[in-house]
Write a protein that binds this ligand. Sequence first.
Ligand SMILES: [Zn+2]
Length: 244
Amino acid sequence: MNRRRRILLGILMFSSLVLIGLKQQGSLAAVSRFGQSLNISSNLTNIQKHKPRVGIQVGHYKAIEHPEELKNIRYSTGAQVGRIKEVDINIAVAKMLRDMLEARGIIVDILPATVPKNYQADVFISIHADASIDKNRRGYKSAYFSPSRNDYDQLLKEKIDESYFYFMGLPDDDENVSGAMLEYYSFNSKRFKHSISAKTAGIIVEMGYISNKLDLQLIKDPVNPAYALKVGIIKFLKAQNLLD
Ligand SMILES: [Zn+2]
């Protein structure tokens, strides 16, 4: 054996010992040695994992931009009492709710009064506030499309209602749920192209009356209603195994 061959053999033996050593040190050594490639594969797993998506519709926002099929409601600009506008409260709550959901790793779309054609998400919530000539009328109400479009709308309503009543303490105004709520245009995929998919769980909420002092006090700070809605949405996503 000449000198070069001996050196080569030495290198081979050393490499084998290193490899054996790695094996014997077990997975920890392997993780630190091949950490980079392991990270890449775990990132791929994260990308493939489904992230929940929530669409938040700001009631009446940019109603004037409704397409031809919804031209009859282009002037449905929302309630107004003095200088208080429903749409401003809807915007503030929607943005706060978006921030809270995004902090939980949820993808959020803020949508105007016109939703994209056949919009799909795990949850769709349309945010509104009501007004009445009866200044004493107050309370919260919600609705999903009737006739029922899927198996999830009802569960979404249950989770959000439960959370909203618990955190906000508003009375139940269910007796004033209107036909316009039960046949809300954004849920009506049979009639309108700009509507949510029948598979997307969706409800419309009326957070309270801006014409009532007590209700207005409770909903004008967006943190309160946004938090109550967030908890309900999270509970729904967990019940559907869409969130850990
Ligand atoms: Zn409204």
